[in-house]
Write a protein that binds this ligand. Structure first.
Ligand code: SAH
Length: 218
């Protein structure tokens, strides 16, 4: 990491450690995940004008009407995704800033991520290169269709909320795999879908507020 990645003042290691304290208070317990979140420079994933707020536990605007997810939500979704043991590859729908992708890339051998807004995706790609995250594959596409070529996936994480779970994502989930996805329009709940040999099991975790999953590419 270079000096910009390490940060100073409001982006320093001390500020980041405070955020980890909040995640612990929120009930996040996965030690590896907490370590990764402590060392990942979230300020690189937002506009420079917002860098001083990057380690607050809030969502922040990233342009094009989209937001970088709140750190607590990133932690919670990642923790649930990894709860059943290690995964060899995961699919993320909604790259956005690339922050959630970067966290996953340090915990899972291969990450596939798709985004429907091209300028956001190309900016995220530059960040992955700059930070040398080389196990991430990206695609500019409508994530409602998933990314069939690399499936089925033991883990799927969706970071925008559909009214209903897209059928292709259910199909691309491996047996024994799980999907973490916010579902709903006005009232959204974070859902965990598990695929068994017999079908799908679903449970709700907590109320959340994500940007909507939008059909088509921009
Ligand atoms: N994980 C991101 C969250 C960004 S917000 C981060 O932490 O920065 C959700 C993202 O999902 C937005 O960038 C939005 O453009 C994208 N999105 C919405 N609908 C989509 C779709 N159908 N296919 C792919 N991406 C989609």
């Amino acid at each position: 990491m270079n000096a910009r990645h390490l940060g100073i003042g409001m982006t320093s290691q001390r500020t980041r450690s405070r955020l980890i304290g909040r995640l612990l208070q929120g009930g996040v317990t996965n030690k590896r995940l907490l370590d990764v979140m402590e060392t990942t420079p979230r300020h690189i994933f937002v506009d420079e004008a917002l860098a001083s707020r990057a380690y607050e536990d809030t969502a922040l605007p990233i342009g094009h009407g989209q937001t970088i997810s709140q750190p607590y939500i990133v932690a919670r979704m990642t923790e649930v995704l990894l709860e059943n043991g290690p995964l060899d590859h995961v699919l993320e729908i909604g790259t956005g800033s690339g922050y959630q992708t970067a966290i996953l890339s340090q915990l899972v051998p291969r990450v596939y991520t798709v985004e429907r807004i091209e300028p956001l995706l190309s900016q995220a790609r530059k960040r992955f290169q700059e930070l040398r995250f080389s196990n991430i594959r990206t695609k500019y596409t409508d994530g409602i269709w998933g990314w069939k070529e690399h499936g089925p996936y033991k883990g799927i994480i969706v970071t925008a909320a559909p009214a209903e779970i897209p059928q292709p994502l259910l199909e691309q989930l491996a047996i024994g795999g799980r999907m973490v996805i916010p579902v709903g329009r006005e009232n959204q709940a974070l859902a965990v879908i598990e695929r068994t040999a017999k079908g799908y099991e679903s449970r709700e975790l907590e109320q959340v507020k994500f940007v909507p999953l939008v059909e088509g590419t921009a």
